[in-house]
Design a protein around this ligand. Structure first.
Ligand code: FES
Length: 205
């Protein structure tokens, strides 16, 4: 009798433990399941990306040949002009006059004696570029000797002999202006210069 009561109490004590374990086990299973479910659950991810691209392009073109045709200026014929310098009636023996011819200062004089290259009824009218052949100094006419003398180093040129240097530093004749004489009108024309002027490589340049 006593033993069956104790047994019955023992059973009553054992029942609550098994129930608690079952509850704890169930709760643990729920927690584990929740965690696993959370980890395994598919997720949505919204990714916003901004893509920036820099494109570098190298283009190689074949070399080109460009031909440009430009109109060429018409060649200018360089020549001496025929320019009237004076009339024979305007000239007085041994009294020079100064004229311009092709840009040069020219000494024109009637020498009163026949001269190399002279024109006019007596062949005594001559003209020379008024510039020394030594260093380009200006000249002064000397009527007594029909010469021109340089004002820089005093070279003297004989105007009756084609401008030949007589004394001084110059080694070249004085450039003589070539003249033409119109007997009908008495006009005297310059038509050229017989040699290079000092400082020029071309009298017409
Ligand atoms: S520049 Fe005429 S002689 Fe020297």
């Amino acid at each position: 009798m006593v033993m069956s009561e104790e047994k019955e109490r023992g059973e009553k004590k054992a029942r609550p433990d098994s129930t608690r374990r079952a509850v704890v086990a169930a709760a643990g299973a729920l927690v584990v399941g929740g965690v696993v479910g959370y980890l395994l659950a598919p997720r949505e991810r919204v990714v916003t990306e901004t893509l920036t691209q820099t494109v570098t392009q190298t283009v190689t073109q074949p070399p080109q040949t460009v031909t440009v045709t430009q109109p060429q200026p018409a060649p200018v014929a360089k020549r001496y002009e025929r320019v009237k310098l004076a009339n024979i009636r305007d000239l007085v023996d041994k009294r020079p006059v100064f004229k311009q011819y092709m840009g040069y200062n020219v000494l024109l004089v009637k020498l009163g004696e026949p001269a190399v290259g002279g024109v006019g009824p007596r062949g005594d009218v001559v003209a020379f570029v008024n510039q020394c052949t030594h260093m380009g100094g200006p000249l002064v006419y000397l009527p007594d000797v029909n010469c021109a003398v340089c004002q820089i180093h005093f070279t003297q040129f004989d105007l009756a002999r084609g401008g030949k240097q007589v004394t001084g530093h110059a080694t070249e004749f004085l450039p003589q202006v070539e003249l033409e004489y119109d007997a009908a009108t008495g006009d005297i024309y310059a038509v050229g210069i017989n040699q290079l002027v000092y400082g020029k490589y071309d009298n017409l340049a």
